[in-house]
Design a protein around this ligand. Structure first.
Ligand code: C2O
Ligand code: CU
Length: 478
């Protein structure tokens, strides 16, 4: 029944061309190309600066370089990224590492402190080197004190080009994130007990590519690719386009059979590539967030110039990734139960109690609010690793039964692999592959994948306060 729902929706997702029944029927991946090396330098440092969404206020931002483009890396398929990373943060003990989110890379390049590498201490340097096997829309972020480092800006975009079967007319990055800024212009605490115990601490200012509700210039009557990334530590969005037809062509960077966009929920770390047929010259369409009662405008697509296309909207599919399809017959089923600990439940209840003690006075002991299979990531887990949540045999298919027994949503992310989403007990989902799946309250979501990448791989909630208060573990593939 779980599979049936997804397949039915896939069949209905038709534009002019016949609807593919499954991602396997997408155009094949492009042939491997000769390796070329692209070198980049990322220098993590505090760089006081202003954000376009908050003009005139200097903020103690942490970034990878002085210019916004220092945090955007574009590669062609087949190119090897060699990233030289320097940690020039000056706070004692503020180590970093870089995780290349969604990239199926060798384990020792995955950027998890103590698990896959020693952390990069202040003053230290480290180089990463890998050839991304898949095309698409990815990002990178630090994986140490992530709630603060990501909150202050240490994240970047990684685009691997070469997946288009027919070129679109434009290609825009749309990175969504909030900033937690107080009235006096300082950063608010990135981790709060009520946030960590509930849905997370939200930002006070929303932004798209750093700007508040910006205008993005696009060609008119054109098929424009929007690479939408939710890189916020906390906020779940439900994106839609008003004033134009749109389709989803990739999820988490990986091609899916194009389906019409009504609205699409994206938790932190999730990406969706859209194709939008833009209005005629002078017109505008709006990217909105439908998550709360009234739609929130996020950005305006302002069309200009001669019409590029006249036919009906029928967006070209992307090439599929060369990811081994799971073999469900005889696959081992592994249940993963996402729960609150007794402490986490108590803090959430206190946060709802107007007569209770102020939560700010509660001592936050990290690693105690949330758990996976009753195992909370220990507070000292970065230096003394807990046992893995599961041992997986290399080359075998596993079916993960993700069960959320909490009243919160959790975007669940696995490193080094991508899941084929089989289905949910609560909703129909189009057939797709993802590295992060949003688990709704009380939902059970089944995913499957071939454990073909050896090593120790993190498996955690991407609401960073949940991750840092226990909802994190790892699986070992050998
Ligand atoms: Cu973006 Cu461990 O994740
Ligand atoms: Cu969570």
């Amino acid at each position: 029944a779980l599979l049936g729902a997804a397949a039915a929706l896939g069949g209905a997702a038709a534009f002019g061309r016949p609807a593919p029944a499954a991602p396997a029927e997408l155009p094949p991946p492009v042939a491997p190309v000769a390796e070329r090396i692209v070198e980049r330098t990322l220098v993590a440092a505090e760089r006081p600066g202003t954000l376009p969404c908050l003009p005139g206020r200097s903020l103690p931002l942490w970034t990878f370089g002085p210019r916004p483009e220092d945090s955007v890396i574009r590669l062609r398929r087949g190119e090897r990224l060699v990233a030289h990373v320097s940690n020039r943060l000056t706070r004692p003990g503020e180590h970093i590492s870089i995780h290349w989110h969604g990239i199926r890379l060798p384990n020792d390049q995955d950027g998890v402190p103590y698990l896959t590498q020693q952390p990069i201490e202040p003053g230290g340097d480290h180089s990463y080197s890998f050839v991304p096997p898949d095309t698409g829309t990815f990002f990178f972020h630090t994986h140490c004190n992530t709630v603060e480092q990501l909150g202050r800006g240490l994240a970047g975009i990684l685009i691997v080009e070469g997946d288009e079967t027919e070129p679109y007319d434009a290609d825009e990055i749309v990175a969504l994130r909030d900033w937690r800024i107080a009235d006096d212009g300082s950063f608010l605490p990135f981790l709060t007990p009520e946030g960590a115990g509930k849905a997370g601490s939200f930002g006070t200012i929303r932004s798209v590519n750093g700007a508040a509700d910006p205008d993005i210039a696009v060609p008119a009557s054109a098929d424009v690719r929007l690479r939408v990334l939710n890189i916020d530590p906390t906020r779940i969005v439900e994106i839609g386009i008003e004033g134009a037809e749109a389709a989803v062509v990739a999820i988490d960077g990986l091609a899916c059979p194009p389906f019409p966009l009504r609205s699409w929920r994206m938790g932190p770390a999730m990406r969706a590539d859209l194709v939008v047929r833009t209005p005629r010259d002078g017109g505008a369409a709006t990217l909105v967030d439908y998550f709360s009662a009234a739609p929130v405008p996020l950005a305006r697509l302002v069309a200009g110039g001669p019409d590029r296309r006249t036919g009906a909207f029928d967006p070209a599919p992307l090439r599929r990734a060369a990811i081994a399809p799971p073999v469900l017959e005889g696959a081992e089923r592994l249940p993963f139960v996402f729960s609150a600990t007794a402490t986490g439940a108590a803090v959430a209840a206190l946060a709802d109690d107007p007569d209770g003690p102020p939560l700010g006075s509660l001592c936050l002991s990290a690693g105690s609010f949330w758990a996976i299979n009753k195992q909370a990531w220990p507070a000292d887990g970065h230096t003394r690793l807990p046992p893995p949540l599961a041992l997986l045999e290399r080359g075998r298919t596993y079916r993960f039964e993700l069960q959320n027994v909490t009243p919160r949503m959790h975007p669940i992310h696995i490193h080094g692999h991508s899941f084929t989403v089989l289905g949910s007990n609560k909703r129909s989902l189009p057939p797709h592959i993802a590295d992060t799946v949003l688990l709704l309250p009380k939902e059970r979501l089944d995913v499957a994948f071939v454990a073909d990448n050896p090593g120790a791989w993190m498996f955690h909630c991407h609401i960073i306060e949940h991750q840092e208060t226990g909802m994190m573990g790892y699986v070992r593939v050998a």
